[in-house]
Design a protein around this ligand. Sequence first.
Ligand code: DCP
Ligand code: CA
Ligand code: CA
Length: 369
Amino acid sequence: MPSPTRVIMLVDLDYFFAQCEELRNPALKDKPVVVGVYSGRTEDSGAVSTANYVARKFGVKSGLPLYLAKKRLEGTDAVFLPVDTAFYEQISNKIMETLRGYADAFEQVGIDEAYLDVTRKVDGDFDAVKELVQKMKSDIKNKVGVTFSVGVGPNKLVAKIAADRQKPDGLTIVKPEDVQRFLSSLPVDQLIGVGRKTAAKMGELGIRTIGDLARYDVQRLVVIFGKKLGIYFHNAANGIDNEPVHELGETESISRIATLKEDTRDLARIMEKANQLIEEIHRDAAKRRIGFRQISIIAVMIDLSAKSRSRTLETATNNIAVLKRTVQELFEKLLSTSHLEIRRIGVKIAHFSWNEAAQQRLTSFFNNN
Ligand code: DCP
Ligand code: CA
Ligand code: CA
C-alpha cells in the first residue's frame, strides 16, 4: 500500500539571534545589527554569529571575521552585540511551545528550526496550507513579535530546502507533483549531507545540480560513495524521503544493538563493534541536531543474562570522542564485574537537549563531510 501523502513543514526563524536583539531593543530595527562571538584575544577578534537583513546588504553574514564586518559597515550606525544564548533560548522556547499546537507531530531541530507534520491539520490538502501558515505567523507575531520563514513539501527534505527559498518572513509551498521540477535546477550542495568535499567530488563527475544527481546512474553512485550514501544521494535527489517527524519526548533515546562476531571478553574487539554502533547513533543525533547527557551500554552475556551501565554527563554534548571514551570506560567497568564472555552489545544515548555548544559542533560536523 503506498503511504498517503504527507504535508510537512519546516519553520526557520529569521536572522534569529539578531531578531531577538531587536525584540529586546526595538530602536535597533532600522540599523545594521551584528551579533558576534568575541574570542577576546583582541577587541575585534571573533566571528559574526548572525546579522540582521540591513547588515546583510553590506555583505555581513554568519562566519565572517568581526574585523571585516566592522570594515564593511564603516560609516553606518551599525550595532555590534555579543551572543546571549540564554535570552535567545527563552524566546525560542516560547515560539516552539506555540508552534507545537499547530502540528500533529512536532520536532524541534536546533534553537531556531522545527519540523511540523500538519497532514491531518489540513486534511492532506496543500491548498489549505497557506491559510494555516498565515494564522501561525500572525499568532507568533502577536505573542512573541518574531517573524519566520516556512517551507512546505511532502517530506522533510523538500520542506527544508523550500524554507531557504524565500526569506525573511517567507513561505514556499512545493506540492508533490512539483517536487522534481523544484529540486532539479538547485545546486547539489543544497542537499543535507552534501558538504563542500562531496560537492567537489560530484563536480568532477559532472554533477552540479540536484537534477544532474537525480539522473546519475545509482549503481555508479554506490560504487563511488558506498552503498548507504549512494542510495541516499539518489533518493534525496529524486525528492524521496520517508523520515517521520520525530516527537522528541523527555524519555526518548537513540540506541543500537548488535551481536559480536564471536563471544569475547576482549575490550578491543568489543570496542570495534561498539564504535560502529556509536557512529550510527552519532549520525542520528547529528541529523536531529541534539546533544545528549546520558550514555548507556548493555551487554548480553553467553548465559543470556543482561548487564547494563550508564553515566550522566554534567552538560550535554554531541562529541563523538566523548561518546567513544565513555562507552569504553563503561565496558571496562562492566567486564570487571563478571567473568562471563559477552555475546551481544548495545549503546544508547538519552537526556537530549539543544545546548548551544552542541549546535556549534554540529555545524562543523555538517560542514566537514
Ligand atoms: N549561528 C551561529 N553561527 C553560524 C550560523 C548560525 O552562531 N555560523 C546561530 C545564529 C543564528 C542561528 O544560529 O541566528 C540560526 O542560524 P540560521 O542559519 O538559521 O541563520 P539566521 O536565523 O541567523 O538567519 P536566516 O534568516 O537566514 O535563517
Ligand atoms: Ca536555521
Ligand atoms: Ca534562521
